[in-house]
Write a new protein. Structure first.
Ligand code: SAM
Length: 267
């Protein structure tokens, strides 16, 4: 039997883990669901109310958006464009903007190498950057494309590209003169035992994707990115996390910190 003939299929969503994913859609949002189904090679199941799923993750296309859910528990998650809009309106002085250099330079070319739900990328785009996104999880990639479609239908900017793949491979494949002024790295934060429950997006993301990244591989990624970025590499971390590699400077917010490294822009 062809994979797509099954009601559910295995979908490789991280290098280490495999989860079952199903896609549901209301009649009105079928086209949106079909695009996701095509990318993930799963059939669409028509469902007008919130799907009742006994095990695993699911995507639900409804009310002009695609959302991620897990079994029957809790709220669903997707990029909230009102939140993006509010962050864009708060302007170029935010911690993210200052770390990227948006407060000083216009039209920056940014590689958002771990794009997740794409919130940071859309904020950067809304503030005038040209952003290429890379995301390793296939399910997140599908959600990301949907969020970017919704975003570009309300804004004048759109993404330079959205790639599903591993960032190390992507960066190693860059040849010729530097294509990006800034490479932005936002890996998953390490899990903590005592932790206030993170927001719904983070709760689902941490279960969906492979969140482990060793400090050693992070250091290698920073150094690789430095070679390819002409201006900066920015690493987002929890405010209290140890330093992976001594940054050239830091920008500290209330709960997070941006470690900034000078780009070497090697040809
Ligand atoms: C904390 S989230 C990023 C959140 C994002 N900045 C936002 O605003 O929504 C980290 C993301 O990086 C992705 N990721 C982790 N390692 C990766 C890799 N080696 N290559 C590409 N993406 C990766 C994960 O799948 C996850 O979606």
């Amino acid at each position: 039997m062809e994979e797509a003939d099954c009601i559910t299929t295995w979908c490789d969503i991280s290098l280490r883990q495999r989860f079952m994913i199903r896609i549901f859609s209301s009649e009105d949002d079928f086209q949106r669901a079909e695009q996701a189904a095509h990318l993930l090679k799963v059939p669409v199941e028509i469902c007008e109310g919130k799907p009742l799923v006994e095990s695993g993750f699911f995507l639900w296309s409804h009310s002009a958006r695609l959302e991620l859910g897990f079994e029957s528990e809790g709220a669903l998650a997707s990029a909230d464009l009102n939140e993006v809009d509010a962050r864009i309106k708060s302007g170029k002085k935010s911690h993210l903007s200052r770390s990227i250099g948006i407060d000083k330079h216009g039209g920056l070319k940014v590689l958002d190498a771990m794009a997740g739900f794409g919130l940071d990328a859309m904020v950067m785009m809304g503030l005038g950057c040209e952003v290429q996104l890379v995301e390793r999880s296939q399910v997140m990639h599908v959600l990301l494309r949907d969020a970017l479609d919704r975003f570009s239908s309300t804004q004048s900017s759109s993404a330079a590209g959205v790639e599903c793949g591993d960032v190390v491979k992507f960066i190693k494949n860059l040849t010729g003169p530097p294509k990006y002024d800034v490479i932005y790295l936002d890996p998953m934060f390490a899990l903590r035992k005592k932790n206030a429950l993170p927001n719904r997006r983070a709760q689902l993301l941490v279960r969906l994707v492979d969140s482990s990244v060793s400090e050693q591989s992070l250091v290698q990624l920073i150094k690789l990115s430095q070679r390819k970025a002409s201006m900066r590499v920015v690493l987002k971390r929890r405010r209290t996390d140890p330093v992976a590699l001594k940054p050239d400077w830091q920008i500290r917010a209330r709960t997070v910190r941006f470690d900034v490294y000078r780009g070497l822009g090697e040809v």
